[in-house]
Ligand binder design. Structure first.
Ligand SMILES: [Mg+2]
Length: 154
C-alpha cells in the first residue's frame, strides 16, 4: 500500500509540474510557420547586424491566419525562424523574439495570442511546415535547377 501511495504522489507531482498551458499545447498539433518571406513580406531583406529591425509589413492574410490557427482546438502555430538565432550562443535571442512579438502586436494580433505564441529557431516536433522556401517531397527529390529557383527567392 505504501508503495502505491508513493507511486501516486510521484505521478501527482509530475502532473502538477505541467502547467495548464503546456497540457493544452501538448494535445495540439504544432504547425511551424516561417517568418521571413512567409509571415513577414521581407521586402527589405535581412540586416544581419540588426535582426530586431523589422521594417516590412506582413504578407496579406498573415495576421488573420495566425489568429485563426491559434483559435482552433487542433493546431498550435509556432513561428520557426533563424532570425532569432544568436550565432554566438546558439540559443534563441530573447531581444529579437520580443521584436517579433512587438511587430505582431503592431500589426493587430491580440496581445494574449502573441504572449502565448512560441517563437524559436529550434526545430520542434511538428505536424506541418508552412514556409516560402520548402520543397514538398512526394517521391521525387528536387533537381538542381528546381533548387536554384526555390533558393533565389526572397
Ligand atoms: Mg522564408
Amino acid at each position: 500500500m505504501g508503495h502505491l501511495c508513493a507511486c501516486f504522489y510521484t505521478y501527482a507531482a509530475k502532473l502538477a509540474a505541467l502547467t495548464k498551458e503546456r497540457r493544452m499545447t501538448e494535445r495540439k498539433k504544432v504547425v511551424l510557420v516561417d517568418f521571413d518571406g512567409t509571415l513577414n513580406s521581407y521586402k527589405s531583406g535581412f540586416d544581419g547586424k540588426r535582426p530586431q529591425h523589422l521594417p516590412d509589413s506582413p504578407n496579406p492574410g498573415a495576421i488573420g491566419w495566425l489568429r485563426r490557427v491559434y483559435a482552433t482546438s487542433v493546431y498550435e502555430p509556432v513561428i520557426f525562424t533563424t532570425r532569432v538565432l544568436n550565432q554566438a550562443t546558439g540559443e534563441d535571442d530573447p531581444f529579437v523574439v520580443e521584436a517579433i512579438r512587438d511587430w505582431l502586436i503592431n500589426y493587430g494580433l491580440e496581445k494574449m495570442v502573441v504572449h502565448n505564441l512560441r517563437i524559436t529557431a529550434k526545430k520542434v516536433p511538428c505536424s506541418l511546415l508552412v514556409d516560402d522556401r520548402a520543397f514538398r517531397y512526394e517521391g521525387k527529390f528536387p533537381d538542381p535547377a528546381e533548387m536554384t529557383k526555390l533558393t533565389s527567392r526572397g
